[in-house]
Ligand binder design. Sequence first.
Ligand SMILES: *Cc1c(COP(=O)(O)O)cnc(C)c1O
Length: 231
Amino acid sequence: MSYIEKNLLEVNKKIGEAALSAGRKADEIKLIAVTKTYGADLINEAIDFGVTDIGENRVQEIMEKYESVKQVRWHLIGHLQKNKVKYIIDKVELIHSVDSVELALEIDKKAKKIDKIQKILLEVNVSGEESKFGIEPERCLDICREISRLENVKILGLMTVAPFTDDETLLGNVFSGLKKLAAEIENENIENVSMDELSMGMTNDFPLAIEKGATMVRVGTGIFGKRDYTK
Ligand SMILES: *Cc1c(COP(=O)(O)O)cnc(C)c1O
């Protein structure tokens, strides 16, 4: 058995266990295999072993790999600059990292051109770390309302990147915070806005994220091993 197959079995097992212990069904949680820095060969291997959704955090990498990777759903999970929307608009299933009205406007414009309704999540900086992208939680509802008016963009939920820490209390608070914010927005019944998806949890913390309500977990090293950024 290859290490990718073995790791995927392990990750899926943990997803199942975490779902079970939270009283949820495993199929409520989608695994996004995060493929940044890995080449098409490894990605294709993961697809052969059942991966249906992959996440990349750079536009450039999507462009480089797109043609050599087998049929799969692509997710953009990293910061997106407005001037790069045009390169990926025809390629991505879901953009997890929308953090401004201006970016949503640009996505709307480019999606309109190809007659697509682009699904997006709003990235929220729940932890309030200076270094992080994302909308401040207090501004999220207003931004949702503004983006909801765009015809070629559809908000499906929220995303967050938790701090890099082993502090389970802190992590738990971040994940619960995102869930709570989604519930508050849901309560407003904004037309064209759904809060069905919560993208949270990475290799080190996805079981906890599932316990707190994640519907999408983004796992990279847990599947592919340590990343080499020198290449
Ligand atoms: C790299 C990355 C991940 C995956 O991180 P791992 O720790 O390798 O699982 C998840 N989300 C985002 C936004 C990332 O950039």
